[in-house]
Design a protein around this ligand. Structure first.
Ligand code: ADP
Ligand code: MG
Length: 693
């Protein structure tokens, strides 16, 4: 609900973009929040009179539309204990601010000391209003110990944002003192509500708020207004939602710009479609050719008899509008513009993009790109990639990539160890964006884990909502670049988009339950585990190693990631003793040295599988004899418990690694990488349960 407030209207009427402390506090008190007071006086007599009514000690502060930082200029007089002190303070403030426009002097009660906190809201260009919480003083200024959430927030979001700060222990209680967490939570929720009700509030800053064992009090407040009420990403009109099934599973496909000349992109795309045996009807469209790669061609989509579900456009940017219009006229509802040379190159390109947007609106069709590498759907044997792609196994991983060449380029290699269901590239996102794709992949049952490579997010709040719904069903792992200023420059010249603030992205991802990857290796490492192994049902892992040192490193990594090497119960202990060589102690990590041959590995795992304490396995194997393990591992019935493998120097045993991966056993180069994947799976399982159990 959008509300009008007379204080805000008055300030705007006076051409002010800044609300003074007493004005802010009046608004806050109306919201039911407790503050040190919002009274202003004009004379020293009034100051004395009000002080005796409030009760000493009191605080006097300068109130001026020209003073933002009151204490810097001597405008805050604390702990005044008598009428004489109040009079002196009043005079001092008047003298110090003689040259400024004074709105009066605030008289308020002196709050008793508490734990200082800072609460703020600002508007992010991508995500709209963002709530911030941190502990005051050095925690904020030096340690930058703050957390963010995108508004609106739920009570659970607030719990999570409080837990996220490093100073959480201080809130929760130390040396017998704690903070009234329910009252703090209510304060944060009310502040959020306030900002959503008054969209003119551009920035709000409560600094400090004193937190007590019982309740809290807002000691200082500032609000900045926006002259133009921004259209928040929350309320920005969304295009009506269309099913994207026809885009991902078309039964007929026109390829405008399909080429008979090897080396051209139009050749690559058509070759991919033929080579992967696209199951529907294929129509190459080329004004200069009678056939393309042996398939009869037409000069225009108008010549195609019967309906066409989707079209790929590969002609040069300058000819795109014409080709696009013809597709629209033909009644094609999904168009994939792979050509480059649009907004990413300059103003002319932007204009063409706009023409495409208008055509799409007029003809009620949806399009992908421009400047992308199309869609790959192995479940539909449809490969539209601009790079030629060899055999692809059908899999359950979804990949959404902003950059076309990124996806096309990676696929050549990663297809050996990752099996994709869908790869969707989105390019300049002139129409369909990352959120639309995520929504579809979330609903597509062939996709069980989703990776996204993003440079920015187009629809802030909608992204958080959609991602939140998808992560409740399947894991979403995102690699977001453009984190630094240098990165941002590269991004804007690359896909014509401006990156938002990285901390806010981080908050949005957490809020939606998204796993944020550090780099490609990390993202793909997580995806390999999620796509091939079940989620661990507990924190305890059995570590089996051929080297003690890496066993210890694994144990460390587990502990540092909220998991642990499982405790061995008496029976497991005895069973291990029976099968281990005499020089190996039955403990966890199990260090077998060079005796960790394949059969030994299987026997140890089978003992571990019988223990309830053990919910997952990390096995550190020798690259030299890697080929010997796969058959024994395949014999094991893991009964829903995951296993991840660590093979030091795995890059030198790549064909054996591929065999293991394809048999369903993810392989990592270091214990830390293996545990990063395992613990991400565990955290995902716990979060999912917290949300839905
Ligand atoms: P500024 O505009 O400089 O931020 P503040 O109103 O925050 O001014 O005052 C500066 C400091 O003085 C606060 O951080 C707080 O520690 C203290 N202070 C201000 N008002 C009060 C009050 N009513 N009771 C107790 N301490 C106060
Ligand atoms: Mg302050």
């Amino acid at each position: 609900m959008i509300l009008r407030d007379k204080i805000i209207s008055r300030a705007q009427g006076e051409g002010r973009a800044y609300l003074m402390e007493h004005e802010c506090k009046e608004i806050l008190e109306k919201q039911g929040l407790s503050t040190t007071g919002a009274s202003a006086v004009q004379t020293r007599e009034e100051a004395v009179e009000l002080s005796s009514r409030i009760g000493y000690p009191v605080v006097l502060k300068v109130l001026s539309p020209e003073v933002v930082h009151k204490s810097d200029a001597g405008g805050v007089k604390l702990n005044l204990k008598s009428a004489a002190e109040v009079e002196r303070a009043f005079d001092e403030i008047e003298r110090a601010f003689a040259g400024k426009k004074l709105a009066g002097v605030a008289v308020q009660k002196m709050a008793s000391p508490g734990l200082e906190a800072i609460i703020g809201v600002n508007r992010d260009p991508t995500f709209g209003p963002v709530l911030m919480f941190g502990l005051g003083g050095i925690f904020v200024e030096v340690l930058k110990d703050v957390s963010f959430r995108i508004l609106p927030v739920t009570g659970k979001d607030i719990d999570a944002m409080l837990r996220e700060i490093r100073g959480y222990t201080l809130l929760k209680g130390y040396r017998g003192r704690s903070v009234d967490l329910p009252a703090l939570k209510e304060l944060l929720l009310k502040v959020s509500e306030l900002v959503l009700c008054y969209p003119e509030i551009k920035e709000l800053d409560l600094n400090p708020v004193f937190l007590y064992e019982d309740g809290n009090i807002i000691v200082d407040a500032r609000i900045f207004l926006d002259e133009t009420v921004p259209v928040d990403p929350i309320s920005a009109p969304e295009r009506e939602r269309t099913s994207l099934r026809g885009l991902f599973y078309p039964e007929s496909l026109a390829v405008v710009g399909a080429s008979d000349t090897p080396g051209k992109l139009g050749w690559n795309v058509f070759d991919n479609l033929l080579r992967h045996q696209f199951p529907g009807k294929l129509y190459p469209v080329n004004i200069n050719a009678k056939t393309v790669q042996g398939v009869p061609a037409v000069a225009s989509v108008h010549e195609i008899e019967g309906p066409v579900d989707a079209a790929v456009i590969l002609v040069p940017a300058a000819h795109t509008t014409g080709a696009f219009r013809e597709c629209c006229e033909k009644g094609i509802k999904y168009i994939i513009v792979e050509s480059a040379g649009f907004a990413e190159t300059g103003e002319d390109g932007k204009d063409i993009e706009q023409e495409l947007q208008e055509l799409a609106k007029t003809y009620r069709c949806r399009f992908v790109g421009p400047n992308c590498s199309g869609i790959i759907n192995t479940q539909h044997r449809m490969v539209q990639s601009i790079g030629t792609v060899g055999e692809l196994r059908r899999g359950n991983i979804g990949l959404i990539a902003q950059a076309g060449v990124y996806a096309a380029g990676m696929l050549w290699g990663v297809r050996h160890t990752m099996d994709f269901a869908i790869v969707a590239t989105i390019g300049n996102k002139a129409d369909l964006n990352e959120t639309d794709m995520l929504e579809h992949l979330g609903e597509d049952d062939h996709v069980e884990v989703i990776c996204m490579y993003l440079e920015d997010v187009k629809t802030g709040r909608r992204f958080v909502d959609v991602a939140g719904q998808v992560t409740a069903r399947k894991p979403v792992i995102i690699l977001k670049t453009g984190r630094t200023e240098a990165g941002k420059k590269a991004v804007s010249s690359h896909t014509a988009s401006l990156a938002g603030n990285d901390l806010v992205y981080d908050a949005a991802f957490r809020q939606a339950g998204v796993i944020r990857a550090r780099d490609n290796e990390h993202m793909f490492g997580l995806a390999r585990a999620f796509s091939r192994q079940p989620l661990p049902g507990g924190d305890g892992a059995m570590v089996i190693s051929y080297t003690g040192s890496l066993g210890v490193a694994t144990a460390d990594a587990l502990s540092m990631n909220g998991m642990k090497p499982a405790e061995l119960d008496g029976q497991t202990h005895r069973r291990l003793e029976e099968i281990l060589p005499p020089f190996v102690g039955p403990q966890n990590p199990v260090d077998c040295t060079f005796d960790l041959h394949a059969q030994q590995l299987r026997e140890i795992i089978e003992v571990g599988l019988q223990s309830d304490n053990i919910s997952s396995f990390v096995a550190i194997l020798q690259a030299e004899i890697l080929q010997t393990y796969v058959e024994e591992l395949k014999k094991i019935d893991f009964r829903g418990k995951p296993i991840l493998l660590c093979v030091p120097c795995k890059e030198f045993a790549i064909s054996e690694v591929i065999t293991l991966e394809q048999a369903g056993f993810p392989v990592y180069a270091t214990p830390e990488q293996a545990v990063a994947a395992l613990s991400a799976m565990r955290h995902y399982a716990v979060n999912k349960c917290e949300q839905h159990c």
